[in-house]
Design a binder for this molecule. Structure first.
Ligand SMILES: [Zn+2]
Length: 375
């Protein structure tokens, strides 16, 4: 499969526009768009050893969770660790594609897997992404209206909740004089014209807006199709990062800690040992990777404990003061399952593409356990 087609197919699995946090860097970092991709290495990070493995084993693409870099790179010199990686990747024609916060948020992604591993019941997102709607007002004579509307509906317009093909219309008089190089469909240049026109409005989600506008301009028979857009108060909410759910039954701190350790195949976890560990735990908030930015929101949702990775000392104090249990299971440890999801995406897109899971080669216990369970 050509790299450019694979990039489109991967984006459909966890669309950047719908699920990535604003300002995140996801998608293709390195790659020849025309290159044929036959072998993909899935891994949490495009680390030096993963890149070396890819070179030695003639891998065409590394599909990873974390972005290859955040800050702009202004040169490509091998004395710098990051630049050396980029140089090697380009030199060996290996593409790198990253699915980051979009993979955390998307249904079936890392946060849902996390909640599932802890057995949380009815998990709901801590954050949601607001999707805007626009009212698109279009104009055409009656004979062309149906065709244009059909194309707009196919492009995604006129749909909200359980209703589709929705539009509102009214008829009116349109007056114009075509001048200069105009090619009017009706009337002739330099002569005022009055026609009966229909104005029809459709609601369009921002997800489909570009496609709907492009379709309107393409299918409309006028040389200068006219429309206008107004933001609507309508909106949808998509799941974003973090989840809150309930344990099957109340657990003591020790029971809950052991549940987390067993779920993630870990020998130990960090926690706020100076907190009140005598409280029973029922409602739990989670976020894969460094998710402390969600802690206060999770508290508002009534959690007894919050679990993520990469927790700093002052965050433990904050949680203790709030009377909550805080557990750090590790950043990599809570995100290594990305290698499984990413491999599943590739298998689903094109079963002919060979996938190698680098976390399996590393002997990652959680990934090995999850792979065993899925067989
Ligand atoms: Zn991360």
């Amino acid at each position: 499969m050509r790299l450019k087609d694979l990039c489109v197919a991967l984006d459909k699995k966890a669309p950047e526009k719908l699920y990535a946090k604003e300002g995140d860097k996801v998608g293709l970092f390195v790659g020849d768009l025309e290159r044929d991709i036959k072998k993909v290495l899935t891994v949490t990070d495009a680390s030096g050893d993963a890149i070396d493995y890819a070179i030695e084993n003639k891998v065409d693409m590394i599909l990873c969770h974390h972005p290859l870099f955040f800050d702009p790179v202004d040169r490509l010199v091998t004395s710098d660790i990051l630049q050396d990686k980029l140089y090697k990747l380009a030199h060996n024609d290996i593409a790198v594609f990253s699915m980051h916060t979009n993979l955390d948020s998307v249904p079936g992604g890392l946060n849902d897997i996390f909640a599932d591993l802890l057995g949380l019941k009815n998990p709901v997102p801590i954050e949601r992404k607001r999707i805007k709607y626009y009212m698109m007002v279009c104009f055409a004579t009656e004979e062309y209206k149906e065709n244009i509307l059909k194309a707009l509906f196919e492009a995604g317009a006129g749909t909200k909740n359980n209703y589709k093909d929705v539009f509102f219309e009214f008829k009116g008089r349109c007056h114009f004089t075509a001048i200069g190089e105009a090619q009017p469909l009706i009337g002739i240049r330099n002569k005022p014209v009055d026609i009966e026109e229909t104005s029809f409005s459709v609601l369009v989600s921002e997800i489909y807006l570009d496609r709907v506008v492009e379709t309107y301009m393409r299918v409309h028979p006028y040389d200068v199709p006219v429309y206008y857009l107004a933001e609507s108060p309508e909106c949808d909410y998509l799941p974003s990062i973090g989840r809150v759910g309930d344990l099957e039954k109340k657990l003591s701190f020790e029971e809950f800690r052991d549940l987390c350790l067993k779920a993630f195949e870990l020998p130990y976890a960090k926690y706020n040992f100076n907190g009140d560990l005598s409280k029973k735990i029922k409602r739990v908030g989670i976020c894969s990777g460094s998710g402390m930015s969600l802690f206060d929101k999770a508290c508002e949702m009534g959690v007894d404990a919050f679990v993520c990775g990469d927790i700093k000392h002052d965050a433990y104090l904050h949680a203790t003061d709030k009377g909550k249990i805080l557990l750090d299971l590790g950043h990599y440890e809570t995100e290594c399952t990305s290698s499984i999801v990413l491999a599943d995406y590739i298998k689903d897109i094109d079963p002919q593409i060979e996938t190698i899971n680098f976390e399996v080669l590393r002997g990652n216990k959680l990934v090995l356990k999850m792979r065993e369970c899925s067989i």
